[in-house]
Design a protein around this ligand. Sequence first.
Ligand SMILES: [Zn+2]
Length: 133
Amino acid sequence: MHINDAVFLEDLCPKFRLRQWRKSIHRFTGKSCIYCGKPSESIDHVLPRSQGGLSTTENCVPACLSCNGDKSDENALFWYRRQKFYDPRRAMAIRAWLEGDLRLAIRLLQWANPNFEVNKKNYEKDESKYKAA
Ligand SMILES: [Zn+2]
């Protein structure tokens, strides 16, 4: 996707849809942080907004407050590589997520964490909504 073609969700959607969108992001990972697997409490911009990162599903991942705060304005993939909880499967999942392949991202996260549970029904519902949007 070319950067100029990206849709700015904040510009298009009223607050209600923004909230729904945030919820659906958390649901993709079963409300767990994409970096460390702890409960996700926030949405993290993989490429920080200060570096031109967009508020699109591809650039926004569920993250716990600790990871989100620690990462701050750094590029997520560079930051993640230095963490003690670094897991190459999660790194691959983050890459897949960035490319918009949420299905692959979720499969990789499941592989990284066998206890990881996804409400498949919700996921498929959200995915069709995401494609239609
Ligand atoms: Zn975390």
